[in-house]
Ligand binder design. Sequence first.
Ligand SMILES: [Zn+2]
Ligand SMILES: [Zn+2]
Length: 364
Amino acid sequence: MKGAAIFPGDHTLGVVHNVPEPMVESLSGVKLRVLQVGICATDREIASFMFGTPPDGFDYLVLGHEGFGEVVETGPEVRDLQPGDLVVPTVRRPCDDPACTACRNDRADFCATGLYREHGIMGMHGFMTEFVVDEARYLRKVPVAIRDAAVLVEPLTIAEKAFIQAEQIQMRLPWNKPAENHRAVVVGAGPVGLLGAMALRLRGCQVTVYSREGESDTRAVISRAIGANYVSSQEQTPDQMAAGIGNIDLVYEATGSATLAFDMIGVLGRNGVLILTGVPGAHGPQAIDIGALITNMTLKNQCLLATVNAGSDAFDRAITDLTEFCLRWPDAVRGLITGRFKVEQFEQPIRNSAGIKNIIEMAS
Ligand SMILES: [Zn+2]
Ligand SMILES: [Zn+2]
C-alpha cells in the first residue's frame, strides 16, 4: 500500500508504494481504512530531519499522527467497535519499562522514561497510509455528525489535556469563580490555538486571541465568530493587549515562540496559570532578569504548566467538545481546514505552511 514517508538515512521524502499492509493479528486488534490525516509543525520538523525514527527494520518512517479513519475489520474480542465506525487513534504507545508508573497506568502521555513510541514520529509508522492496525483501546469512536471535522480531534487534545490540568491546579482556589469571570488569553491563532480558544469559549470564559496576523485575517474572523476578542501583535504589544483585559487568569501559549512565551509571564495576572504547548527549540542565550521574574511569579501565586501529548480522557473530551463546536460554530470549524491534498501531493503542505490546517485526504 501507499504511504507518505521520510527516509532519514539519505534525507529524502517520497510516496512509498510497497508499505506492508498490516493484518489484524491480536484478539483485540482493529484495522482501519485511513480517511484523513492532518499536518502540523511536528510533521514539518520530521520532514526537515530534526527528529523522527523509523520502526525497527525499516529505512523509512510513514508520516502522520493526526489521524481519522473508518473501522474495516475487528478481532474477535473487540466489543465496542464494528466495521463502519469512525475512529480517531491516540498517538503515543507505552514504554516497556515495568517501573514506568505512568505507562503501566495507561498514561503514556506522562511517560517517565522517554522510551515511548509514537505513530508517525518515533518507532511506529504514522497514519498517512491506506490501512492501519491498532489495539482497540487506543481508538476513540467519533460520532458521524462530526465526520467532516474529526481530523481536528488530535490537535484539540493538546488544549483539552492542558485545560484538564489547569482546572485541577485552580482547585487550589477555595471558591468557585463563575466561568464568565475567567479571563483567558490564547497566544497564537494556529489550529492548536483556535481550537483551544473554542474550548475556553465553550466553558464560558472571556477569551482574547493574540496573534501576529492582522485584524482582517481569517484567523481574526474565526476568533470573533466564536465570541472571542482578537488582538493583532502588529497593533498592540503584550502589555497593551493585557491592559485592555484586566487580571488574566489563564494564558494558553500555542505559538512555539520562546520570546512571546516569555513575554506572557509578564502579563499573567494574580493566581494565574500560564500553559506552554510550543516547542521553540534552542536559540542561544538571551539576557533576562531571572530574579525579577521569580519574584513576580511568587508574589502573584502564579503557576507555569508545560504540557505535551494527551491521554484518552483528553481525546474523549475533545470528541465531546468538537461535536458541540460543530453545532455552535459550524462555519468557524469548517474555516479551520484550509487545504486538502492527495497523498501524492503531501510534500506541498509539508514544504509550505500557508493556511490554518492542511490535511491529506487518504481515501480520495
Ligand atoms: Zn500535530
Ligand atoms: Zn513509560
